[in-house]
Write a new protein. Structure first.
Ligand SMILES: Nc1nc2c(c(=O)[nH]1)N[C@H]1C(S)=C(S)[C@@H](COP(=O)(O)OP(=O)(O)OC[C@H]3O[C@@H](n4cnc5c(=O)[nH]c(N)nc54)[C@H](O)[C@@H]3O)O[C@H]1N2
Ligand SMILES: Nc1nc2c(c(=O)[nH]1)N[C@H]1C(S)=C(S)[C@@H](COP(=O)(O)OP(=O)(O)OC[C@H]3O[C@@H](n4cnc5c(=O)[nH]c(N)nc54)[C@H](O)[C@@H]3O)O[C@H]1N2
Ligand code: SF4
Ligand SMILES: [Mo]
Length: 719
């Protein structure tokens, strides 16, 4: 494998780096021989990650050297199978993008531009500082992101209860004695909305000090297997179980609410009918177990309830996050050592105003009238906004580091809509299922070539630390950083857009993008006064700012510095839970997703190191459910939902709850000519050809989990 470096350094050097592939933000130590990375290890001196690394971190340099990764802008001529791609210069590419955007806006209005923002933006400093400015400059209402197939319920409930969408309590994992986990698999995901590098060892330590980890999941996951207890739970029924736990706290006099909590009586009355017996019927979790676990949780010396993707991406995502907060709050575990606390990052985007408190339903989508959250519309509405004619229709699309064709509900049909656009551009490093519909792809530098300070995940970390990592490699000659691309698109498109903004606004916008991300971090650190760029440069391994500390009620962003236990929009949503949560019928199947420790959403499948080994694309199904349908392990099956049908091999799995089947997320590649198009271990189908854009939480987040499906054998059974 060869690397094109500006000037290949000779000899062996060691450099510190950072992994940006998941929320654990591990510190790395790279050995570089004659300009080639020959080893990547976890950095033992990093005060947060403590030497941890996973298979993906080891493969970080493979992204840098991947010959299929785009290094120059490419332009498409022809469509579909006849498409051909040609490398073009940056100047031409940026002009094409600016022309395409300006044409759509000038001929229609600002909402004619649709923007989709994908997950890797949260992992790039340049995206955080300049990407959001780029998006803001166009003022389109048609903004979508991966957040509405992910964590909007957490943010919505954070806004309603704590007054800010980014005030999200984090488990004090290193000191808790009872970790209650719903719908998360940190052994594979390395933690989410809980930055917790080295989760396996931290759990070992928890158990060694006599603590418990209790997991509720419809699959006996890698996390369930290291837990002290695992309970199967019917998908999408968690809100009933969690509210039954809250109900039990009231019924048994176990509540210990802090002085700044309001509306306890109203809450008690509102959830009175969510009993453990009701929960047992809909979830399959015995009422006696619900009561026992609640008592143990309330009695523990520091307990933390935590729920992640399995909770936020279901039909009752917001009710689930609310109930998780209630469990923590009513047992006195919010803001308690060993409970859940708010991290105090050196750059606090909630405090310094970098990100607003959030808003909901200030406007609605044009076609389905879905409420915005924080200025974004649910991505489940993306397609209809492209396809439905009329004022405000999307004519041009810009995607920034996203693959919505594989990552959002009914993705293949979204691809058809992309194909019909007047113009599309993608800032992305791969030609894939989404970007192949673009007219132009602009590829930025990747992790090893850019400076990094994590503006997002220090805010969600189990310990307060700060770290600035200078780029490991200089960028290649003729390459552009993402923030430079964003700045150029903004400037060139604004120059072409006829509706001119007031002068002051233009100057402010330009000034905001003038500084480099590193300069901005320097200023933000100075503003936060917890550390400085100078300190961080002296300590590239990171600086320890100590364990999480109680900060309430001062830290709240609510006007009266108090927390409403029963926010009206959540209480109102209880009726939907009463009526729309079915008692499961015999023979019914519902679909959930899964993540593998060597996958990174949809975009790591081009890397040989991460795709070797046993196939992992199969539908997992309980042996009893297979037998009932005369299906054998390994058969090809057809899975059908309201939205579509896919064909894939099935694997028998005792780890699946009866009545629940699982497909991995991020599979189903369709781009010929790259490894990801044909590697056997990662072939398979896209789960999002089955998920349904009509299934939504009250926050607008997609309900990806618990999709009703049927499964039938395509190869006749041989027994
Ligand atoms: N059914 C189902 N659907 C899901 C999920 C699920 O569990 N089940 N999970 C959801 C979740 S949590 C998420 S976060 C989303 C992810 O949804 P997306 O963000 O839409 O998808 P990714 O697969 O992360 O795609 C990232 C894209 O960014 C590109 N990329 C990678 N690094 C860089 C970079 O440094 N710069 C630029 N410009 N581009 C880069 C990749 O080539 C790829 O095209 O998927 C969601 N969809
Ligand atoms: N290896 C790896 N790590 C990753 C990623 C990756 O793609 N691969 N992606 C990153 C991203 S973008 C994110 S957001 C995080 C996600 O981090 P996690 O949320 O920890 O990861 P998931 O694997 O999505 O875990 C969701 C769990 O919920 C369960 N589940 C599904 N439906 C339900 C339900 O209705 N109720 C309950 N109780 N459980 C349910 C699933 O079986 C699964 O075990 O991971 C990040 N880390
Ligand atoms: S745990 Fe996450 S951050 Fe750490 S090495 Fe693995 S992918 Fe990278
Ligand atoms: Mo995510």
């Amino acid at each position: 494998m060869s690397q094109t470096l500006p000037l290949t350094p000779v000899g062996t050097t060691t450099k510190l780096g950072v992994c940006n592939l998941c929320e654990a933000i591990c510190g790395l130590r790279l050995t570089i021989d004659d300009g080639v990375v020959t080893s990547i290890k976890g950095n033992e001196d990093d005060p947060l990650s403590r030497g941890h690394i996973c298979p993906k971190g080891v493969a970080l340099a493979d992204i840098y050297t991947d010959p299929d990764r785009l290094r120059r802008p490419i332009r498409r001529t022809g469509t579909g199978a006849d498409a051909t791609w040609t490398e073009i210069g940056w100047d031409e590419a940026l002009d094409l993008v600016a022309d395409g955007i300006a044409k759509a806006v000038n001929e229609n209005d600002k909402n004619a531009l649709g923007i989709y923002v994908g997950n890797p933006n949260a992992h790039s400093l340049g995206s955080m500082t300049h990407g959001f400015e780029l998006i803001k400059t166009f003022k389109t209402r048609n903004k979508f992101s991966a957040s509405s197939v992910d964590q909007i319920p957490h943010m919505y409930v954070g806004m309603l209860q704590f007054g800010h969408q980014l005030l999200l309590p984090v488990p004090d994992l290193d000191r808790t004695s009872y970790f209650l986990v719903f719908g998360a698999n940190p052994m594979a995901s390395n933690g989410s909305l809980m930055t917790v590098p080295d989760f396996p060892n931290r759990v070992r330590e928890l158990k060694a000090r006599g603590g418990s980890m209790v997991v509720f999941d419809p699959r006996r996951t890698e996390t369930a297997k290291v837990a002290t207890e695992h309970h199967f739970i019917r998908p999408a029924s968690d809100a009933a179980v969690l509210l039954a736990m809250v109900n039990t706290l009231f019924a048994e006099g176990l509540t210990r609410p802090a002085a700044y909590l309001d509306n306890s009586d109203a809450l008690e009355a509102a959830i009175a009918d969510f009993t453990p017996e009701h929960a047992e019927q809909v979830s399959g979790v015995p009422a006696a177990e619900i009561r026992r676990i609640t008592r143990e949780f309330a009695a523990a010396d520091g307990a933390a309830a935590y729920g992640r993707m399995g909770l936020s991406t279901q039909g009752f995502g917001s009710l689930c996050q609310w109930a998780i907060n209630l469990l923590n709050m009513l047992t006195g575990n919010l803001d308690r050592v060993g409970g859940v606390l708010f991290p105090e990052p050196a750059i606090d985007a909630a405090k310094n105003g970098l990100l607003g408190a959030g808003h909901f339903d200030v406007w609605r989508s044009r076609v389905r009238k879905m409420p915005e959250f924080g200025g974004e519309l649910p991505v489940s509405c993306f397609r209809e906004e492209i396809d439905t004619p009329g004022e405000g229709q999307i004519k041009a699309v810009l995607t920034l580091a996203g693959n919505p064709v594989l990552s959002t509900p009914d993705g293949s049909r979204l691809a058809e809509s992309f194909a019909g656009l007047d113009f599309m551009a993608s800032v992305d490093i791969y030609l894939n299922e989404t970007t192949r519909h673009a007219d132009v792809i602009l590829p930025p530098t990747t992790a090893l070539e850019r400076d990094h300070y994590d503006l997002v995940f220090h805010m969600l970390s189990v310990r307060n630390t700060a770290r600035f990592t200078p780029a490991v490699f200089d960028k290649e000659k003729g390459a552009m950083h993402d923030w430079e691309i964003f700045r150029e698109i903004a400037s060139r498109a604004n120059a072409r857009i006829k509706a001119k903004k007031p002068l002051l606004q233009r100057v402010t916008e330009r000034a905001r993008m003038a500084l480099s991300p590193t300069m901005m971090v320097t200023l933000l650190l100075a503003y936060g006064r917890k550390t400085s760029m100078k300190q961080l440069r002296l300590h590239p391994e990171g600086i320890d700012l100590g364990p999480l500390r109680p900060t309430l009620p001062a830290r709240l962003h609510t006007k009266d510095k108090r927390i409403d236990l029963a926010p009206a929009p959540l209480v109102a949503d209880l009726d939907r839970l009463r009526t729309a949560l079915p008692v499961p019928a015999d023979g019914e199947l519902v679909l959930i997703g899964r993540r593998h420790k060597s996958d990174c959403n949809s975009w790591s499948h081009n890397l040989e190191r991460l795709t070797r080994g046993k196939p992992r694309h199969q539908l997992l199904m309980n042996p009893g459910d297979l037998a009932e349908r005369g299906i054998n392990d390994g058969d090809l099956v057809r899975i059908t939902s309201r939205v579509g049908s896919v064909e894939v091999d099935v694997a028998a799995a005792d780890d699946m709850m009866p009545g629940v089947v699982s497909l991995p997320h991020g599979y189903g590649h369709q781009v010929a000519g790259t490894r990801m198009g044909h590697a056997a271990s990662v072939a398979g189908v896209s789960i999002n050809d089955l998920t349904d854009p009509e299934r939504l939480d009250v926050s607008g987040n997609a309900a990806l989990s618990g999709v009703p499906v049927t499964v039938e054998a395509l190869v006749p059974a041989t027994v």
